[in-house]
Design a binder for this molecule. Structure first.
Ligand SMILES: Cc1cc2nc3c(=O)[nH]c(=O)nc-3n(C[C@H](O)[C@H](O)[C@H](O)COP(=O)(O)OP(=O)(O)OC[C@H]3O[C@@H](n4cnc5c(N)ncnc54)[C@H](O)[C@@H]3O)c2cc1C
Length: 456
């Protein structure tokens, strides 16, 4: 296919200002927050303002056999939005309308480019709450959250994005538009196609509208911090807590992460401890937090503090949300996203430390440990090939460690490009074959985000 001829057709098909050809602008939209994934040279960037423009773009691409890389805000860390050679980047951030907040049916209908925090704010204006709260909520889009099945801090009690997506409008690989799902709380008519698209990382269709479940907000939370002399002790505390109760938040941060946050923002965290856990209870009684404190002490906590001051609680959550950007100030950071069974958190932090030490890299571990979800983040020097290659080796070694413990290679960020080498081991031959069949049924020519999740 001739690039210039294809560009002419695309420009003639779409309204003026929708197609961007400036190589510098295209390059800026070719990457995400991942490392080790070099982008190629895409042919065009398309920035549609509505579903029909998405459909028209897909039709032109399908006719000419040109691959499409869908994209939201580009905060993904698995390389899912990294664009290769000769593709069209389809960035939906201009589709950013909150179409409806339906207070009687507890629903929101939004376009994919709406930021997570914008939806939360709009729901709050109506006295409602959208729970999934990635630490990146101020900068990531709902479309990206749907495509990666994003999690977050409060998901330990309230569930991840999939639990909140009731219906979707999706543009398929031939440019046709389909609606899946429902507006009711329950519903089991037919296959759960909505769930199939959630977490499909742009490989099965382009999400152009989302119907989401909202909830009444929970009571104000009380917050606990517990400090430990070793990271495995903090891991054991996490397992002890989740075995007896479900807090509304349960996070872990190691000393490297705490020091990085403190060096940057001075938030009065104890930098002498090897690890801290952060827990919240929003069930309106003090009993749950007392039980969590007792479990933390039994696991070896050296100091436990509780607060019912919402501002102090929010300050601690802010410290946790700053974990990745704080580590990213120290060099090039790549955040992993492994998830292990709830009883294996201590074993996981131990295995991650051992395997990364072997590669001589610096790692800060934090994460949604109450879900068994850890984000060991490697800091390396991208200008030093040896440092970059040790960083990459450590990234894959810790991913394999999660599988060794019966866990998964990704709890919430997706497979993208980075985790592809590990997918076959996790899924096994049968499930991988089913994936291939689904992909072939929905995208027979393989034009939607090719090479992501698996290389078929
Ligand atoms: C500081 C930081 C903290 C983070 N914390 C969390 C966290 O707590 N929890 C968490 O889950 N993630 C977290 N992330 C990762 C990231 O923010 C999420 O994966 C987020 O859901 C990506 O949204 P996005 O709009 O940036 O998507 P992109 O990065 O633009 O895209 C991600 C994937 O979705 C696909 N996609 C995007 N939009 C569409 C669409 N409309 N239709 C079809 N496919 C689409 C892309 O092709 C790609 O495969 C964090 C990232 C950073 C940088």
């Amino acid at each position: 296919m001739d690039r210039d001829r294809f560009r002419d057709v695309l420009i003639a098909t779409l309204p003026a200002g929708t197609v961007e050809l400036d190589p510098d602008v295209i390059d800026a939209f070719s990457r995400d927050e991942s490392a080790f994934c070099a982008p190629g040279r895409p042919w065009a960037l398309v920035r549609p303002t509505g579903t029909e423009q998405v459909a028209a773009t897909v039709r032109v691409c399908a006719e000419h056999g040109v691959p499409i890389v869908p994209r939201g805000a580009g905060t993904g860390v698995a390389g899912g939005a990294v664009a290769g050679d000769g593709c069209v980047i389809l960035c939906v951030t201009r589709m950013n309308r909150i179409v409806d907040i339906d207070t009687s049916n507890l629903l929101a209908v939004v376009e994919p480019g709406v930021l997570n925090a914008e939806l939360c704010a709009a729901a709050a204006e109506h006295g409602l709450w959208y729970p999934p709260d990635p630490a990146s909520r101020d900068i990531c889009s709902i479309g990206g959250n749907v495509a990666t099945n994003a999690g977050g801090l409060c998901c330990v009690k309230y569930g991840v994005t999939r639990e909140y997506v009731l219906g979707l409008e999706v543009v398929l690989a031939d440019g046709s538009v389909v609606e899946v799902g429902r507006r009711t709380v329950k519903g089991v008519a037919g296959y759960d196609l909505t769930a199939l698209f959630v977490g499909s990382e742009g490989t099965l269709g382009i999400v152009t509208r989302v119907t989401l479940r909202l909830r009444p907000p929970p009571p104000p939370a009380v917050t606990l911090t517990a400090f430990f002399d070793s990271l495995p002790e903090a891991g054991r505390a996490i397992s002890a807590i989740t075995a007896m109760t479900t807090p509304s938040l349960l996070e872990i941060m190691d000393a490297t992460t705490v020091a990085a946050v403190e060096d940057w923002k001075r938030m009065d965290l104890d930098t002498g401890a090897a690890a801290l856990i952060l827990a919240q209870s929003d069930n309106g009684t003090g009993a749950q937090l007392d039980a969590i404190a007792a479990a933390a002490r039994s696991a070896g906590a050296t100091f436990v503090a509780e607060t019912d001051d919402p501002d102090a609680g929010e300050q601690l959550l802010t410290a946790r949300r700053l974990a990745y950007p704080a580590l990213a100030r120290l060099g090039t950071a790549i955040m992993n996203d492994v998830c292990v069974p709830l009883g294996s958190v201590a074993a996981a932090v131990t295995a991650i430390a051992e395997r990364t030490q072997r590669h001589g890299v610096r790692v800060g571990t934090f994460g949604h440990a109450g879900d068994g979800n850890l984000h060991p983040t490697i800091v390396f020097d991208r200008t030093d090939p040896d440092s970059a290659s040790r960083g990459e080796a450590a990234y894959h070694a810790m991913t394999e460690a999660a599988l060794d413990l019966g866990g998964t290679i990704t709890g919430e960020h997706g497979v993208g490009l980075l985790k592809r080498p590990h997918l076959a081991r996790e899924l096994g031959k049968g499930a991988l074959g089913l994936h291939a069949a689904v992909k072939a049924a929905l995208d027979p020519e393989g034009i939607l985000n090719p090479g992501k999740i698996f290389d078929l």
